[in-house]
Design a protein around this ligand. Structure first.
Ligand SMILES: [Fe+2]
Ligand SMILES: [Fe+2]
Length: 149
């Protein structure tokens, strides 16, 4: 089956939950693309698209929760990027369901390009900040040092 995006090291942030969600989103996008290429039924495509959207919207909620709890300074612009993408894909879903839009190369180019760019330009810098907020941070290390005999 064709792969629009290949999951791999450049996309890994080192945050277990978010890395797993990113991998699942990429799998679902590749799955949708593969079904489209294989002339799947409208019903199958509807199901694949719904799975991709569910995974993506759920993932955005996770990232936004983690950004807020980490006091990530670029939260607002990052969330705006999520909202714009979710809005575009949900609008496509509505049109597809109404028979006013169909899958084409432009749709898959848009989704795969946005995902690649967002993973590298937005999620990676976010990952560097949120992954430093692990329980044993600077304070934890200092505390551990003080506890040494
Ligand atoms: Fe993400
Ligand atoms: Fe993100």
């Amino acid at each position: 089956m064709s792969r629009l995006i290949r999951w791999g090291t450049p996309y890994k942030l080192g945050h277990q939950e978010i890395d797993l969600q990113h991998e699942q989103i990429i799998q679902r996008l590749n799955d949708l693309h593969g079904h489209w290429k294989a002339n799947a039924t409208r019903r199958q495509l509807t199901g694949c698209l719904a799975e991709l959207i569910d995974a993506t919207v759920g993932h955005f909620r996770t990232e936004e929760r983690v950004m807020v709890s980490s006091r990530y300074p670029r939260y607002q612009s990052h969330k705006a990027d999520h909202d714009a993408f979710a809005g575009a894909v949900l609008a496509f879903q509505q049109k597809f369901q109404a028979g006013e839009a169909c899958f084409d190369d432009a749709f898959f180019d848009y989704v795969s390009t946005w995902l690649r760019n967002h993973l590298i330009a937005s999620d990676r810098p976010m990952g560097r900040v949120i992954c430093r907020k692990v329980p044993l941070g600077v304070k934890g290390r200092k505390a551990a040092t003080r506890l040494r005999p």
